[in-house]
Design a protein around this ligand. Sequence first.
Ligand code: ADP
Ligand code: MG
Length: 319
Amino acid sequence: MTNATTAPEFAIEVDHLEKIYHASGKMPEKHALKDISLRIPRGSVFGLLGPNGAGKSTFINILAGLVNKTSGTARIWGLDIDQHPRQSRAAIGVVNQEIVADPFFTPMEMLELMAGFYGVPKSERRSLEILTALGLEDKKDAYVRQLSGGMKRRLMVAKALVHNPPVLILDEPTAGVDVELRRSLWTYVRELHDRGTTIILTTHYLEEAEELCDSIAIVNHGEIVASEPTPKLLARLDYKTLVITPKEPLSAVPASLAGLDARIRDTGELAITFRTSETGIGRLLEQVRGAGVSIGDLVTEAPDLEDVFLSLTSEPEAA
Ligand code: ADP
Ligand code: MG
């Protein structure tokens, strides 16, 4: 399946994807995905970044065949999910957000069961290899209910890999996972990537996406608000805000600071936003002192995900 002659340019191609959940029980109607079009290049580590409720799992679950889309098209490894439901799904391994593990099977049995489900011939199965790679070799014959949370999470990853899919999708794989496991999980994911697997992960942590992904799409309220290579996205976040509490209240921004992006907040602080690659804090503080402001206190604020959304949705399109 990873044969270079048949490998498509894009691992995932989605066009005008829409999802409306109809009201049911306590859940109101929800327009969860709005006109999503996205191309995920083969061989990339692609991040789908957005806050809770943005629509990330809905997107993943449509690809996984767990949620029906309302309209639009999706192709996995070049295969349309409507026209080739089985083949397209065989091209992805999905690690879901929730841990679902049958307590009455052992890890080895679960992997063999999954391999059977995907029709992997016995001679081509690599259950032990996968369990070993994920540090579950000693637990291969233990009952799943005896595994720790971290081990169950790794078993979820193992299950997604039994059919050797060219695309691995991880939906918030580090939610509720300790730092050590997070490290080892990422090490293994990077190894898979080095061997050619396309990786897609969803997260609501900017740092996680920043560290792992070569491209990031930001989704908010069911819409893609940005999709670009990580360095380009981060360049947009190349700013901080210096917040100064003056000893004496200021009625206006001092004239000598007019050339800066400076304003007085309702709370009386002087807030100056600056490009970290261009301006040092030391020089800014000199300017502030030079303008006759006596500094009572100061903090710097770095942009977070909320700021990213604001800057992406309120700013005119950057060139
Ligand atoms: P994310 O994974 O980014 O946190 P989800 O895709 O899980 O977001 O959810 C997107 C939106 O759709 C949320 O507002 C959520 O409450 C809603 N939603 C998810 N699943 C259902 C469902 N089965 N029925 C109704 N609304 C749903
Ligand atoms: Mg989710």
